[in-house]
Design a protein around this ligand. Structure first.
Ligand code: SF4
Length: 739
């Protein structure tokens, strides 16, 4: 039965009734006393795999005793972990043994009286129904009306499925809601992004500038290890942040900048370097174009000018500019990762890229090195049908977007809004590993889209809020219970790593590859089943075949977890080749000018918070990765709820005490849940700050439900970057109501 208007459905206790026996098996592992009970146990085996708690993918060794994982640690043979995990990685048992996990396939049903509920069904029934619904939509509306939202390594199988169906609509929230502006800003300047992991030669650098980047709170394992080597090697740090962050505490200089004014500071630094002639002149002369235009552009962007916007003293701007330049080329302006702030973010990333160019650090020791990968070739697949794209409206098309921003598919699902006519809207979403109502800006719009779609299929591990809007929910095995494709990201030490099952999947969960293959088996295009795009009986067969094709030993990688090789990562040739149109670093971008944008970054003042409101800033905590850890008992034991950072003087004026609770109300009248106040001098007076990922609304996440407040609920507006569609989310203001 087609349900066109879906109610928010709680996955109730009834759907877990048949699985009580497995639940008992997990309770011991969920207990805080667990560590004591296993610390002296000798494991039966240690299985290498790689972590999926964040996108970094560190190598992990999982110790198994009597068929249960008793411990995880970093794999010394994996170049991203070097034998260590970050605090989130070490909490991995909290995910596999989470008693709240999705246990069976579920289908939304509707009774004769119209009441909707989830019903536990067999895999066959769920797959038949899901494939049938997708087939029906493809035939009635076209494959271009189906989109995949994907986050995580296992998404590759669903991308193949969508390709087989003839849809090109694949999006990842990580593009427009996180890294996209950096990717395009560096791409426009250097011809390529800085990579992931970022190719920063931190161990050998002499100076690092963190501007809106929070290493230490943002625990990307390898980078934090390298940062600690940089500290040991005597590197200096400059932190630009409205908060006295963990990184600011380790820095030589803290610049408590007014939020939204980074471009003004970056332009003033460029001004000082050029007017004082302290940039890397030979490097720029040999490798860059557009220097004269840049010099003319920043002529009046003096530290005195920047002070009026940023509130950073001119002397401090000059002093730090000289300090950064003095250490070049072993000096880095960190490009950041989550870089969607105010809708001018590609230009902000361009300004960071230009500064790095002036430091001459591209390809240099202690600067930005040249990462390379081993490039695993996959087995050849039969030809795919033509890939059709959803026809976006002109306002949803961004000239320099190398991926479709996720919010475009949200807006496209709502007929009658955003110029989408009835009958031409997006019809179905496959959602892999993304809790969209908390991941995308303007959750009201996301919920509206979810209710408007003909069909929503979610593949996930936990009953996050997205499952409550789904027609069919398929429980995926965790990363510790499954094979995935090899990981072979470019890095200073090129590597190939394997993800393999450490233990059997719990409950009735299945690996993503199995789910995608079995959906493919049931879907036909031009009369042929899509199973031909999954030509292997199981994942081990696929990986063994790829090891043969790529000439490495499967037995070795299975045993060690990763194989590596050595390469040269520096380029000291006086003249370098760049993949830009001109073959040089493009300080001035003709491509941007031709498309109607400024060829050089310009500072445009942001809207100020109204009287009685504060700018809402949000970020990370070292033990949490948003929805991946929000219900993790291990992570929650360390950091149980988010807090609102509020300046001491403001708290005194408002009569708000440290440790008391408040409710936030944003500029659109939307209220948050209760949040505890942290009164501190470590934040400016014009903003408040909270950790993202709390205030969960899914009751079935028993540990996360209603803990802290959701910053996502407050992000009811965003400013789109006209260059690539990134969603600037720091444009929301909140007032505080005592709770
Ligand atoms: S940085 Fe931490 S959470 Fe991310 S992959 Fe590595 S160990 Fe896992």
């Amino acid at each position: 039965m087609m349900i066109t208007r879906r109610d928010f459905l709680k996955i109730g206790a009834a759907v877990f009734a048949g699985t009580a026996a497995s639940k008992v098996a997990t309770d011991t592992f969920d207990s805080p006393l667990y560590a004591d009970s296993v610390k002296d146990l000798k494991p039966d085996k240690k299985v290498p795999t790689f972590c999926e708690i964040c996108f970094w993918k560190c190598g992990m060794l999982a110790s198994v005793k009597n068929g249960k994982i008793i411990k995880v640690e970093g794999n010394p043979d994996h170049p991203l972990s070097n034998g260590r995990l970050c605090p989130r990685g070490t909490s991995a048992r909290g995910i596999i043994y989470d008693k709240d996990r999705l246990q069976t396939p579920l289908i939304r049903t509707k009774s004769a009286s119209g009441k909707q509920k989830f019903e536990v069904v067999s895999w066959d029934k769920a797959l038949d129904e899901a494939a049938g619904r997708l087939q029906q939509i493809m035939e009635k509306h076209g494959a271009d009306k189906i989109a995949l939202f994907s986050h995580g390594h296992g998404g590759s199988f669903f991308k193949t499925l969508l390709k087989g169906m003839g849809s090109k609509n694949v999006t990842a929230p990580s593009y427009a809601q996180c890294r996209g502006p950096r990717q395009e800003g560096f791409g426009l300047t250097f011809g390529r992004d800085v990579g992931s992991p970022e190719g920063l030669d931190l161990p050998y650098t002499r100076c690092v500038v963190m501007i809106g980047s929070h290493l230490g709170e943002n625990m990307h394992n390898t980078q934090v290890q390298e940062l600690s080597k940089a500290i040991d090697n005597g590197a200096s740090f400059i932190t630009v942040d409205p908060r006295y962050s963990t990184m600011a505490g380790k820095s030589d200089y803290w610049l408590p900048i007014k939020p939204g004014t980074d471009i003004a500071l970056l332009l003033a630094w460029i001004n000082v370097m050029i007017t004082e002639g302290i940039y890397q002149k030979e490097f720029i002369a040999n490798n860059a174009s557009g220097f004269d235009k840049l010099a003319a552009h920043v002529k009046d962007k003096t530290p005195e000018w920047a002070y009026l916007h940023t509130s950073i003293e001119p002397d401090l701007i000059r002093k730090t500019a000289r300090f950064i330049a003095k250490n070049a080329p072993a000096s880095i302006i960190h490009p950041g990762r989550h870089v969607v702030w105010y809708g001018d973010d590609t230009q902000r990333s361009r300004a960071i890229a230009i500064l790095n160019a002036l430091l001459g650090n591209w390809g240099k020791r202690g600067g930005i090195y040249m990462p390379s990968g081993m490039g695993v070739k996959e087995d050849a697949l039969p030809d795919f049908p033509e890939q059709k794209k959803f026809k976006l409206k002109p306002k949803q098309i961004f000239p320099f977007a190398s991926a479709v921003p996720a919010q475009c598919y949200v807006n496209s699902a709502i007929a009658g809004e955003h110029e989408i006519q009835e009958g031409e809207q997006m019809r179905a979403w496959l959602v892999y590993g993304c809790n969209l109502p908390t991941t995308l800006p303007d959750p009201r719009q996301v919920r509206k889209a979810l209710q408007a779609l003909d069909f929503v299929l979610t593949i996930d591990i936990l009953p996050a809020e997205i499952t409550a809007y789904s027609d069919i929910v398929l429980p995926e095995a965790t990363f510790l219970e499954r094979y995935d494709d090899y990981d072979d990201k470019p890095f200073r030490t090129p590597y190939i790593a394997i993800r393999q099952p450490v233990v059997e999947p719990l409950y009735q969960s299945k690996p993503g590859w199995w789910i995608a293959k079995n959906l493919a088996k049931r879907i036909k295009v031009n009369g042929e089943s899509l199973e031909k795009y999954f030509p292997y009986k199981d994942m081990k067969e696929k990986l063994e075949k790829e090891a043969k094709i790529n000439n490495f030993s499967f037995v070795e990688i299975e045993k060690k977890g990763a194989i590596t090789r050595k390469v040269e990562i520096y380029d000291n040739s006086p003249t370098m080749k760049f993949s830009t149109k001109s073959g040089k670093i493009e300080l001035y971008s003709q491509a941007l000018t031709d498309a109607g944008f400024a060829g050089l970054p310009e500072y445009i003042p942001q809207e100020e918070p109204p009287e009685g409101y504060f700018r809402l800033l949000f970020g990370r905590h070292p033990v949490h990765t948003f929805s991946r850890t929000s219900n993790n008992s291990v992570s929650l034991e360390i950091f149980p709820e988010n807090e609102l950072w509020l300046n001491t003087e403001i708290a005194r004026i408002l009569g708000i005490k440290h440790g008391s609770y408040v409710v936030l109300q944003n500029q659109d009248g939307v209220k948050s849940g209760r949040i505890k106040v942290k009164v501190t001098q470590r934040i400016r007076q014009d903003c408040v700050y909270m950790v993202h990922g709390f205030g969960n609304k899914s009751e079935k996440l028993t540990k996360a439900f209603n803990r802290g407040a959701s910053d996502s609920d407050m992000v009811t507006r965003y400013k789109e970057d006209p260059i690539m569609g990134g969603t600037g989310m720091n444009v929301n203001f909140v007032s505080l109501i005592k709770a």
